[in-house]
Ligand binder design. Structure first.
Ligand SMILES: *[C@@H]1O[C@H](CO)[C@@H](O)[C@H](O)[C@H]1NC(C)=O
Ligand SMILES: *[C@@H]1O[C@H](CO)[C@@H](O)[C@H](O)[C@H]1NC(C)=O
Ligand SMILES: *[C@@H]1O[C@H](CO)[C@@H](O)[C@H](O)[C@H]1NC(C)=O
Ligand SMILES: *[C@@H]1O[C@H](CO)[C@@H](O)[C@H](O)[C@H]1NC(C)=O
Ligand SMILES: [Zn+2]
Length: 283
């Protein structure tokens, strides 16, 4: 093969497969981090600013998908983006479910959130043994992922990755519908394909129609509360994502119009909780 052909193939692979199976797509993560950053306290914003790589230019949103970009280089990290729960049980238990395919405990998105929270708690203690820049980028990404309902999905269908569906006229898999398609269709249909407008609407709703709920979303008696988010996630997966879908279902307006409010809520919760978690860490 000619070099340029290899490059085209590599580029096509990048486009087709960047977001599948690894959590919200780029926009979902951008939205979560953009919602979170204005909610940081002064002390937290200072710490985040210290830890962000220079190229991020103080914008957490710009590096919120870093964890997906390094998933091949850091092969060990790929199990940290999701949780597989037993088929059809619609429940989550840390001890039972938080492990990777080899059965190694703690290797799931909830375990990763605890791990990187603990690492970041050493910020300011002189020389941490960890790379706290990476810890911040992983934590910001994983709090987004755990809010994608199919990131806490069933084991045998890999969180909807083996369920083939048509999204309107496009062939894809159910997992990708929740990572990307619902958000993309909402952006096109309601926001002029402008992600910033969606972010503004979510921001407004957090301070108006969701103001009371948002207080409850923040509540956590520890520093990080991923288990509560995972329990909500598998419930939403059963009640909304998997519901009424089988292999080769055609998903159109009925599905989109009833599900996009769920996606909006999960994005808002992710943003509010990422900010609250960082505020608890850096106080
Ligand atoms: C915890 O973080 C370290 C450093 O990135 C990593 O090597 C380890 O695999 C992580 N473990 C979990 C469960 O997140
Ligand atoms: C920490 O991680 C970032 C991102 O991978 C990297 O650019 C940086 O060089 C690392 N810092 C140290 C001190 O290793
Ligand atoms: C759906 O059908 C495809 C193609 O026949 C198959 O590979 C896949 O395993 C099926 N998925 C499920 C969840 O049955
Ligand atoms: C904001 O709230 C209104 C009123 O409940 C709702 O109609 C709209 O879809 C919400 N928008 C977003 C982006 O959550
Ligand atoms: Zn991910």
């Amino acid at each position: 093969m000619e070099l340029y052909q290899v490059q085209i193939l590599a580029f096509a692979a990048l486009i087709c497969c960047t977001s599948s199976a690894y959590g919200w797509g780029v926009d979902g993560h951008l939205i979560t981090c953009r919602l979170a950053q204005p909610r940081l306290s002064k002390a937290t914003a200072d710490a985040v600013s210290q830890l962000l790589p220079a190229y991020a230019d103080d914008d957490l949103g710009s590096v919120c998908s870093w964890a997906d970009q390094v998933r091949f280089r850091y092969r060990w990290s790929s199990a940290l983006h999701y949780i597989d729960t037993p088929d059809n049980l619609c429940s989550y238990l840390y001890k039972r479910d938080c492990k990777d395919e080899d059965g190694i405990q703690d290797r799931c998105v909830a375990g990763a959130i605890y791990n990187y929270t603990n690492q970041l708690l050493s910020y300011g203690n002189g020389n941490s043994q960890y790379n706290l820049t990476e810890a911040l980028l992983f934590l910001s990404h994983f709090i987004g992922d755990i809010h994608q309902p199919l990131h806490v999905g069933f084991t045998s269908d890999k969180g909807g990755n083996t369920i083939d569906v048509d999204w309107y006229t496009t062939k894809t898999v159910l997992h990708h519908v929740w990572d990307v398609s619902i958000i993309e269709t909402a952006e096109e249909r309601f926001y002029d394909s402008n992600v910033d407008e969606l972010i503004n609407k979510l921001q407004t709703n957090i301070t108006t129609v969701w103001a009371n709920q948002a207080k409850a979303w923040e509540a956590c008696s520890k520093t990080a509360c991923p288990d509560a988010y995972a329990t909500e996630g598998i419930k939403a997966a059963c009640d909304w994502a998997y519901k009424g879908v089988s292999n080769s279902s055609v998903l159109e307006d009925d599905y989109f119009l009833s599900r996009y409010p769920v996606v909006n809520m999960r994005l808002a919760q992710g943003g509010v909780r990422l900010a609250a978690t960082l505020n608890r860490i850096f106080g």
